[in-house]
Design a protein around this ligand. Structure first.
Ligand code: AMP
Ligand code: MG
Length: 282
């Protein structure tokens, strides 16, 4: 299945994702059946990112958004982990600092846009400024409303000017699944540190968040920077989908290893000459 086609929000569409089932997992029945495909995708990502890094002609920006517990951290771990850390920068966007608040909302984001050859991962992103800010009225409507256009312009700028391919994943879980994940966190000492009271107050605003997500998806899925809504109740399906979309996208870049800058025959001669000389000397 072409997950890119299946889960892409078409530019100009309504962004209504009530029709999308967060529990969707076709064509596989379970994680065991999907394991080989996932591994294949991860291997492709490993090899292709090497090419991206070596060629240094493109860059890739991956944006991860989703409600608390949707699996943003898990996606980094399971999918982005296939990449060479040397060519990757992961940035988590938290509540703005005092200095960040004294600037426009993109000020803190732009320095993390990927340079040529690199991959940037945004764990949360500039979209928080039309999500949490809108839901909690942290800024008045006349401030957040123009931001959809500013975001589209900014994404277009880095796409066109710096050859940045942008993939934006909205990890979609159901309300029931979120509560189940909160329960598991409570019982898991390795994840208890992630628990915040805010998780529950945010949950109360679920419907407001859905509205804000829909506005974000309908206003900001563009040719340069499409949104994908990833059914994420099943972690294995989320990993499969995100990894496949990244691998297919990297493949479409037709990355080429750069040509050697030296005359290889000459270097080979030099090598053999060195081996001989050192043997004689030993
Ligand atoms: P976490 O991702 O769980 O570490 O939480 C980060 C928190 O920072 C979330 O509650 C976000 O909503 C919040 N946050 C991120 N960006 C912004 C922003 N621009 N304005 C206000 N809150 C934000
Ligand atoms: Mg959290």
């Amino acid at each position: 299945m072409d997950f890119r086609k299946r889960f892409r929000i078409e530019p100009g569409s309504k962004g209504d994702f009530s029709a999308i089932d967060p529990g969707f997992h076709e064509p596989h029945a379970n994680d065991v059946e999907a394991a080989a495909d996932l591994q294949h995708n991860l291997t492709r990502i490993t090899n292709l990112q090497r090419g991206l890094y070596a060629e240094r002609k493109h860059s890739l920006l991956i944006v991860l958004q989703g409600i608390d517990g949707a699996g943003k951290d898990g996606t980094c771990w399971h999918v982005i982990g296939a990449m060479d850390p040397q060519g990757v920068e992961v940035t988590g966007f938290k509540q703005p600092t005092a200095e960040e608040r004294e600037h426009d909302f993109l000020w803190r984001v732009h320095p993390h846009a990927p340079g040529l050859g690199n991959v940037a991962i945004f764990n949360r992103s500039h979209y928080e400024d039309v999500l949490v800010v809108r839901v909690h009225k942290l800024a008045p409507e006349e401030v957040w409303k123009p931001r959809y256009d500013f975001i589209n312009e900014w994404e277009k700028l880095i796409a066109v000017e710096n050859n940045t391919v942008i993939l934006k994943f909205f990890l979609y879980i159901s309300k029931e699944e979120q509560l189940e994940r909160f329960r598991k966190r409570l019982d898991d000492p390795a994840r208890q540190w992630k628990i915040s009271e805010g998780d529950y107050t945010e949950r109360e605003k679920w419907d407001d968040y859905i509205k804000a997500f829909e506005a974000m998806l309908s206003r900001c899925s563009t040719k340069h920077a499409p949104w994908f809504v990833v059914p994420s109740n099943h972690k294995w399906f989320r990993n499969l989908t995100v990894s496949q979309i990244i691998a297919d996208t990297l493949e479409d870049m037709h990355l080429q290893m750069p040509k050697p800058t030296v005359d290889l025959d000459e270097i080979r001669r030099l090598y053999h000459q060195t081996v001989k000389a050192e043997k004689r000397g030993a």
